[in-house]
Design a protein around this ligand. Structure first.
Ligand code: MRU
Length: 388
């Protein structure tokens, strides 16, 4: 997508043919800074520190990280070390595991002398595939927006609520939740986006608003607790969010606060859609609430907030009293029953195992075999869920 008229992706291979460029998302919206990643250690640090973030981009960065590792040392031991280090950077987005397994499947059978070139090729394919998938998600989601727009008076905007940043910054390009919005806007359909600020890191206020603004999409940033009120007053036509992992039963894990928006949408009859690329589906687990590992992040993200002063300085200030304990769960899980549909590259699916497995049979069978061999351990101590 465009930044001040120039086309950018969130990550790319630099002109030297080996180092990796990425937009430093920690500095947005105040500064546009490009980072150069030259080692697997730096790739791991970029994911862990959230220089790059968003499930698909985390996967693409990890793939390039493996390529950088192979450039330095293409032995079996180095491949194992890169995999172990990168997989530990963030626990929730399944795209990280998917990309690392893709790299291992490609590189494992090759001799070390063939690995570096193959690693860069596969990492590049993973990045290109993400762009193509998101464009397809955009086309399917566009039909939903067009359907609502058709019932509107000319020029009356379709109001879409989104949470966190599932935009082009969270992917390689286009975004997942934003792809239908960009397509609709580019085709002249009037859209307006309610952007949840998404505390504590403010991915909505800082990143989604920045993206939409640069593309000229009308939007309004709202405090996280506003969505329910807007829905009660018929000011939201549909919600579209992204996801970090979708369980085989259709449960959706996304940025903390997504579940509350889904509850409010359900209570008010507002369609609640989740946009996702197929690498975000985890066919190895059947119960998102009990089995998806939820990242807990540092207290500093809650106790402090960073912004730009009137004089242009970037400053971080404390907003919580000294000594108050803090909890910082990064994600929550929205049960499938609250999800209207999953917008994938192969169409809009019902959030249930049969629909996911029949749309992506190659992934369903491959992952089932993997998980049968090494079952994923449940991370929650919740009692079994009552049947619905
Ligand atoms: O902690 P983050 O910023 O990596 O969380 C990102 C999200 O929750 C996104 O909504 C999700 O990764 C989907 S991105 C297309």
């Amino acid at each position: 997508m465009k930044v001040d008229g120039r086309h950018f992706r969130s990550i790319w291979l630099e002109g030297d043919g080996w180092s990796v460029g990425a937009i430093d998302q920690r500095r947005l919206p105040h500064e546009f800074v490009v980072a150069r990643i030259t080692s697997v250690e730096q790739a791991g640090e970029a994911i862990g520190s959230m220089l790059v973030r968003g499930a698909p981009l985390i996967g693409a960065t990890a793939a390039y990280g493996v390529a950088l590792a192979m450039r330095a040392d293409a032995s079996d031991a180095a491949l194992d070390r890169a995999h172990e280090m990168l997989i530990a950077t963030r626990p929730t987005a399944i795209n990280l595991k998917w990309a690392l397994e893709e790299m291992r499947r490609t590189l494992g059978p090759l001799s070390p002398s063939a690995r570096t070139e193959a690693a860069y090729r596969r990492a590049g394919e993973i990045a290109e595939q993400d762009v193509a998938i998101n464009q397809a998600i955009g086309r399917h989601g566009l039909e939903l927006i067009e359907g609502i727009a058709a019932s509107r008076k000319p020029g009356e905007a379709v109001n879409i609520l989104t949470h966190c940043n599932a935009g082009w910054l969270a992917t390689v390009d286009w975004g997942t939740a934003t792809a239908p919005i960009y397509l609709a806007h580019d085709r002249g359909i009037a859209v307006h986006v309610w952007v949840d600020e998404t505390r504590p890191r403010n991915q909505g206020a800082a990143l989604t608003a920045w993206e939409l603004g640069h593309h000229g999409v009308p939007h309004t940033v709202i405090p996280d607790n506003t969505g329910g009120h807007l829905m009660q007053h018929r000011m939201v036509d549909l919600a579209i969010v992204g996801t970090d992992r979708v369980a085989a039963n259709g449960d959706v894990c996304n940025k903390i606060g997504t579940y509350l928006k889904a509850l409010a949408a359900h209570d008010n009859g507002v369609p609640f859609y989740v946009a996702l690329p197929s690498p975000t589906i985890d066919f190895g687990i059947d119960d998102g609430i009990r089995q998806i590992p939820i990242e807990q992040r540092g207290a500093g993200e809650v106790t402090h907030i960073t912004g730009r002063t009137a004089e242009g300085r970037i400053e971080t200030v404390r907003v919580v009293p000294e000594g108050s304990p803090v909890a910082n769960y990064g994600f929550d899980v929205t049960p499938a029953r609250l999800v209207t549909g999953l917008i994938t590259e192969r169409g809009v699916l019902r959030p249930e195992r049969a629909a996911l497995a029949s749309a992506f049979p190659e992934r369903a069978s491959a992952l089932k075999a993997t998980f049968d061999a090494a079952p994923f351990s449940a991370v929650s101590t919740l009692p079994p869920r009552p049947a619905r």
